[in-house]
Design a protein around this ligand. Structure first.
Ligand code: IVH
Length: 681
């Protein structure tokens, strides 16, 4: 019996690894994601029931969930060296000469792209991945095996039989450009919903794929690594008595064992071939889904490599050629100043359109006044534009030789002193880089932005009032503050372009319905700086109504968990503004919820303090949303996915089988609706 279970586990594991290989290494999947997940679930269930058959190379390891509190620092068997750099053809020809002078006349070069990620050394013992270590200082690195096992293109078990019993293979783990953009895009949407402005979003986004890779690999929970689709190219095999005589052959073999080896590697019999390769890839690299910053040139034969040997830091048989960062020069035609929802001013360079790294660049960020001053960039200047991390173009410097000293236009740039939208005098707070327009309640983009936030889904949820309609109503003078939204009349609405009877009715119904939105969301909707959804909820439950929040002192506000000095001060400032108080009075008159409901008041407790829940499935007594709300009202936290840190899974009918298995695997307690109700009584 147990033999047949063992066989079954082996069979499913083998099939899964094969599908994995087809998907990640050959980009040629032969089953659907759904079928793959079903098979994986079956395996996880079997391994749970028969833990004696759970192997370290099981494909179930790829879903992650292992927590590494501290990565073990381990010594490399072979130190991880770096490469010498060259930056032009001449330096590369010098390298070629040095090899010839050392006494080698006939030899081949292998060229590979230099991938910009995090280098990794993988150890395979009897065909099984046993250890994955980062470069560290070259001598010792961090053991990040659990995290690396989640990377789909890295084999956990090798294919075929002809691999050495023990060897290391090194390569570069990277985040594909598309994955980098996907994550940033999602993050951006989330931050916008939470009410952050452009400058803050820019600060919080992933800076470039390499940083993102290194940050991901440092995660303690391998589940978090599995969620970000990292990839890996392998480029060097190390070990004793390897069954090949050259680097090129080693990679051809490694590919057969299941490793992902770049198809862009090429062999050349002279440096001239290498130079052609460089110029080809200088442009073509931008079409790849991986960041590259150069080419690595290696002498092919192992024997010749051995003969050439090493300097203290790097091999004499290999060198890197670094591409010049994609850079062009163009004319700075003008600088425009954008005003964000919070009043932050962002200067933007408008450039004469130019091609750069595969895209047309028309604009570049100038960030703030200090940067403009440091660059001494002036309208009409010829400027050099680079793509930092290949994603966001920026101005690097000015070509001063092209500056026409006698032209009138060529005067030092004076940063604006007044808001381009409302002409208020700008302010700049001590220690902050940005200028702000202080006219929160009168500056059109700020007011419109605040209104958009106010009506957004997680705030007042008036979805019949889109940004275009807001702009029309605002421009027509029908709404000047958020309070005016509740004064809108049907006749007024019908005066607006393209507004038919039906849309007007919808809009008014949406406005009416928003009067039932609970206090914590109203508080979030007000758009007080630094008050996101979570903080709004905390404040609402702590102070229970707007009156007591308004009367709270700085010291009292600081007593609310997670509220810092900056946020506390913003709240004080907000409620000391007379115009704001007027708006709040109007909103209150209109019937908005400015206190917790009786139900919310009677239902609050600290019974679930610090406990986290995943709620899944269908329940008989309450809806899922009601249960989630109850968790929060009692001090608990709702989380989206199960991890080692989750305290309870609250399971209803029809809960997904993967979730159930995952909870069991991680030892997270699963409770029913009845047990949950008991916890509260
Ligand atoms: S070979 C002795 N090949 O570049 C060093 N390295 O300074 C042998 N890299 O940290 C390295 N792509 O992480 C080699 N195709 C490639 C590479 C590559 C990227 C990285 C590697 C190393 C650095 C070299």
């Amino acid at each position: 019996m147990s033999d047949s279970i063992k066989n079954k586990i082996e069979k499913i594991s083998k099939a899964l690894e094969e599908h994995n290989y087809n998907y990640y290494n050959l980009s040629n999947p032969t089953i659907s994601d759904f079928e793959f997940d079903k098979l994986l679930d079956e395996l996880i269930a079997l391994e749970k029931d028969y833990p004696q058959y759970l192997l370290p190379d099981s494909p179930s390891q790829r879903v992650g969930g292992t927590i590494t509190k501290e990565f073990k620092n381990v010594k490399h068997k072979y130190p991880m060296l770096s490469l010498g750099n060259t930056y032009n053809e001449e330096e590369l020809r010098d390298f070629d000469e040095r090899i010839k002078k050392a006494g080698i006349s006939e030899f081949e070069y292998v060229c590979e792209l230099k991938y910009d990620g995090v280098s990794i050394s993988l150890t395979y013992t009897d065909g099984i991945l046993t250890q994955a270590v980062t470069r560290g200082d070259g001598e010792k690195g961090d053991d990040i095996t659990a995290n690396v096992k989640t990377i789909g293109s890295i084999p956990l078990k090798l294919r075929g039989k002809h691999y050495p019993a023990e060897f290391e293979i090194r390569g570069e783990i990277f985040m594909p450009k598309t994955e980098f953009l996907r994550i940033n895009d999602e993050l951006r949407k989330q931050l916008i919903e939470e009410g952050y402005d452009e400058e803050e979003i820019f600060e919080k986004q992933l800076k470039n794929p390499r940083n993102a890779t290194s940050g991901t690999l440092k995660q303690q929970d391998s589940k978090a690594v599995a969620e970000r689709k990292l990839d890996c190219y392998l480029y060097s095999v190390l070990g004793e008595n390897l069954p090949f005589a050259s680097h090129y052959d080693s990679l051809v073999e490694a590919k057969k064992w299941g490793f992902k080896v770049s198809a862009d590697m090429e062999k050349f019999s002279s440096v001239d071939g290498v130079i052609k390769y460089l110029s080809k890839w200088d442009k073509k690299r931008h079409d790849l889904n991986v960041e590259t910053d150069g080419v690595v040139i290696k002498v092919n034969s192992y024997e010749q490599q051995k003969f050439l040997g090493f300097t203290a830091k790097s091999p004499r048989w290999a060198i890197a050629y670094k591409f010049k960062a994609a850079r062009v020069s163009t004319i700075l035609e003008s600088i425009s100043y954008q005003v964000g929802r919070t009043g932050a001013i962002t200067p933007v360079a408008n450039l004469k359109p130019v091609q750069l790294a595969g895209t047309t660049v028309k604009r570049a960020s100038l960030h703030n006044a200090d940067i403009i001053e440091k660059l001494d960039v002036r309208i009409g200047d010829t400027v050099f534009v680079e793509k930092g991390g290949e994603i966001i173009p920026k101005i690097i410097s000015v070509d001063e030789s092209k500056r026409d000293l006698f032209s009138d236009a060529n005067k030092p740039t004076k940063y604006i002193t007044h808001c381009p939208e409302c002409n208020s005098e700008l302010i700049r707070n001590e220690g902050e880089a940005n200028h702000y327009c202080p006219n929160e309640l009168g500056c059109p983009p700020q007011v419109k932005g605040k209104m958009e936030h106010f009506v957004s889904r997680r705030a007042m949820d008036i979805d019949s009032l889109g940004s275009e309609t807001i702009a029309q109503l605002y421009d027509a003078g029908l709404i000047k503050t958020i309070a005016d939204i509740y004064e809108l009349k049907k006749d007024d609405l019908l005066k607006i372009d393209r507004m038919a009877e039906k849309s007007a009715n919808n809009l008014l119904a949406g406005v009416e319905a928003s009067k039932n939105v609970p206090f914590e969301r109203v508080l979030f909707a007000l758009g007080i700086r630094h008050i996101g959804e979570t903080t709004a909820k905390k404040l609402a439950y702590f102070y229970k109504n707007i009156e007591s929040l308004k009367n709270a002192t700085l010291e009292q506000l600081l007593e609310v968990g997670d509220i810092g000095e900056r946020t506390a001060q913003t709240i004080i400032d907000y409620f000391s503004d007379k115009r704001i108080l007027e708006i709040l009075i109007k909103l209150k008159k209109a019937g908005l919820q400015f206190e917790l409901s009786d139900e919310q008041l009677t239902n609050t407790s600290e019974k679930l303090k610090d406990l986290s829940f995943v709620v899944s499935g269908v329940f008989s007594k309450f809806s899922r949303d009601e249960i989630k709300k109850t968790i929060e009202q009692n001090g608990g936290k709702n989380v989206g996915s199960i991890s080692g840190k989750t305290n309870f899974v609250l399971a209803g009918e029809n809960m997904g089988p993967e979730k159930l298995k995952k909870a069991e695997k991680l030892g997270v307690k699963i409770i029913s609706e009845e047990e949950f109700i008991k916890m509260l009584s």
